[in-house]
Ligand binder design. Structure first.
Ligand code: G6P
Length: 608
């Protein structure tokens, strides 16, 4: 995701900003830029693509300065282009802003600024902020920033320069991290400790609703209400590697633990609970086509295919439109039939999976309207589709997909409600589903707090040679995903099956060495799943059940129980997958395997 670095002091800040940006490369980005102040003027350098491009440009046109800010952008509003890269400047060019986060009311703010004859160069929400700060500027940058932030809804970590106050950087945070680093006669600011640990380890963490101004003379630290804050600095003694992973041992664990936040980000600004409605900006131009759609086709690979399978249950249930889910690689080569009024969704975390891209092109050739459900903004699938829905889950670095899956299911839930509401779903039903969807980040956080229980179970089963995962209904794809996660990173053979299909084959495999993971949640097939559990027990299989916190009876049937809170039955996959992700993670870690880069696998499969 986006990264912020800033410096004010006595050294030449240009190499320092570049090295700080490079330290944040692991987070993923698509463009970068810096702003420095020289001769009381702001100078901006930006480039699309790698930081090396920015660096090359700066070497050809050398500059030095002792104050500056730098940014790596991971696009959320507007394509990943040089114009959309940060820093963004105000109308006069006197204000430069870098920003992490999303300004939700940016179009409203933009309208107001357009009425005051502002013109904008980029498609970003951040540029609006630079203009707004200029509107409020009366000789004191910190005050202008505070006034502007009082008008902003959404999340931000920002660093701001003003040509008229060439020795100050104003920083502020709400929902997006920022840390101030303290040196000798110099200050740093960064969104990520990794960007500054090379220079200082004495830091002050900014909290939400706080503002700071750093200069060579010191730090002013207040709330947005201008109440002074005197916070002591903290000394950091983690290694750089630990810092990049947010203190977690692996990116995969970090990404699993991030899910309460990524789910918030996926939903932000898109859900109107009171009206029971969904607003998806990237589909606005296609609402008529969605209303007329008679067939939905979901094309995907790997984990994304599993989220598509969950999507089928949701869309068919709520919108009553037939949904076809296809492995992209199979779809391409089987002379597929595309009916009239078919909308195809290409689902892909990376947006670069070759088979998904080609399947999408094939569907378009055969007359389908093609939309995307993609995480990486500006990726090939995102560019080639006619519209779509971004996940906003941030870069996923662990090869085994986790947070992208839950964000995909969240997007498909929102899509299901949108299609349902177009076809007679009542506002009340919409409200019920969306009210429960809004609770998911908290419920996921609740499951994550029990992660040590999973560690204990993983210790018990890390030497198993095979696992079976069984479930029904919308949890069936979660069984497939649980099995995929385990085999991807622990190399233990695992199979997912619809629970009732067990008797047509897998039951032959069951003996006392076979752990069987059942998802047995509180839904219309619960009693049936219990019967399947009995069948496994009577063949001495070991049962690990994912079950409701309220389900006391399950303890008599299962050898181990992984507890999850109750929720709307169709939203269960968002919860049931969490213990399965953790179980795979811990098994692989106990086995001492390379969790983030499992053998033979790639994060983005750009070949056939
Ligand atoms: C690879 C990754 C998987 C991913 C799949 C589809 O196999 O290792 O984690 O689910 O590709 O990737 P996509 O980026 O299209 O979702």
């Amino acid at each position: 995701m986006c990264g912020i670095i800033g410096y004010v002091g006595t050294r030449d800040c240009v190499p320092l900003l570049i090295s700080g940006l490079k330290r944040m490369e692991y987070r993923g980005y698509d463009s970068s830029g810096i702003a420095i102040i020289n001769d009381d003027k702001i100078h901006i350098y930006k480039k699309k693509g790698k930081i090396e491009e920015l660096e090359k440009g700066l070497l050809q046109n050398p500059h030095s300065a002792t104050i500056g800010i730098g940014h790596t952008r991971w696009a959320t509003h507007g394509a990943p282009t040089e114009v959309n890269a940060h820093p963004h400047t105000s109308f006069s060019g006197d204000v430069a802003v870098i920003h992490n986060g999303i300004i939700e009311n940016y179009s409203e703010l933009k309208q107001a600024l357009l009425l005051k004859n502002h013109t904008f160069r980029s498609d970003t929400d951040t540029e609006i902020l630079a203009h707004l700060i200029e509107e409020f500027y009366e000789g004191d940058l910190q005050k202008a920033v505070i006034r502007a932030l009082h008008r902003v809804e959404g999340t931000y970590g920002i660093a701001v320069l003003h040509a008229g106050e060439p020795d100050k950087i104003v920083v502020a945070r709400k929902g997006s991290p920022l840390v101030i680093g303290i040196g000798d006669g110099e200050y740093f600011v960064a969104s990520d400790l990794a960007a500054m640990v090379e220079y200082t380890r004495d830091v002050i963490f900014l909290e939400d609703g706080e503002v700071g101004t750093i200069s060579r003379e010191g730090l002013t630290h207040t709330t947005l209400e201008e109440t002074r804050i005197d916070r002591k600095s903290t000394h950091i003694d983690f290694s750089l590697d630990q810092i990049e992973k947010g203190g977690y041992k692996h990116f995969m664990l970090k990404e699993i633990m991030e899910q309460p936040h990524t789910l918030e980000d996926t939903m932000r600004g898109r859900i109107q609970v009171d009206e029971g409605n969904i607003i998806l900006g990237g589909l606005q131009g296609h609402l008529d086509a969605l209303k007329k759609a008679e067939h939905i086709l979901l094309l995907a690979c790997g984990t994304s295919y599993h989220s598509a399978l969950v999507g089928r249950y949701l869309i068919e249930e709520w919108a009553r439109i037939p949904v076809q889910v296809e492995y992209a690689s199979e779809f391409r080569y089987r002379n597929p039939l595309i009916e009239k009024n078919t909308i195809a969704f290409a689902i892909s975390q990376s947006g670069e999976t070759f088979d998904t891209l080609e399947a999408m092109r094939e569907a378009r050739k055969r007359g389908a309207l093609c939309l995307g459900i993609v995480n990486t903004v500006g990726s090939t699938i995102a560019r080639e589709t006619d519209g779509g829905i971004y996940l906003h889950a941030g870069p996923e670095i662990g090869v085994a997909s986790t947070k992208a899956f839950t964000s995909q299911v969240t997007v498909l839930t929102m899509l299901g409600v949108l299609l349902g509401r177009q076809r007679g779903m009542s506002a009340e039903e919409g409200r019920n589903i969306l009210g429960d969807l809004r609770k998911m980040p908290d419920l996921v956080a609740r499951i994550l707090r029990t992660k040590d229980d999973l560690l204990d179970i993983a210790k018990t089963f890390s030497r198993a040679s095979n696992f079976l995962y069984l479930a029904r209904g919308p949890n069936y794809p979660v069984a497939l995903e649980g099995a995929l996660k385990l085999k991807e990173i622990s190399y233990i053979h695992a199979e997912g099956y619809p629970a009732a299909e067990m008797k047509h084959g897998p039951i032959a495999l069951i003996d006392r060495k076979m752990p069987v993971v059942f998802i047995a949640t509180n839904d219309n097939v619960y009693a049936k799943v219990l019967t399947n559990i009995e069948e496994v027990r009577s063949r001495e299989g070991v049962v690990i059940a994912v079950a409701s916190e309220e389900d006391k009876g399950i303890e008599h049937l299962a050898d181990h129980v992984l507890r999850i809170p109750d929720c709307h039955p169709m939203l269960m996959p968002l919860l049931t997958v969490i213990p399965l992700q953790l179980l795979s993670y811990y098994v692989a870690d106990i086995l001492g395997l390379d969790v983030d880069k499992p053998r033979n696998l790639a994060k983005s499969v750009t070949v056939e």
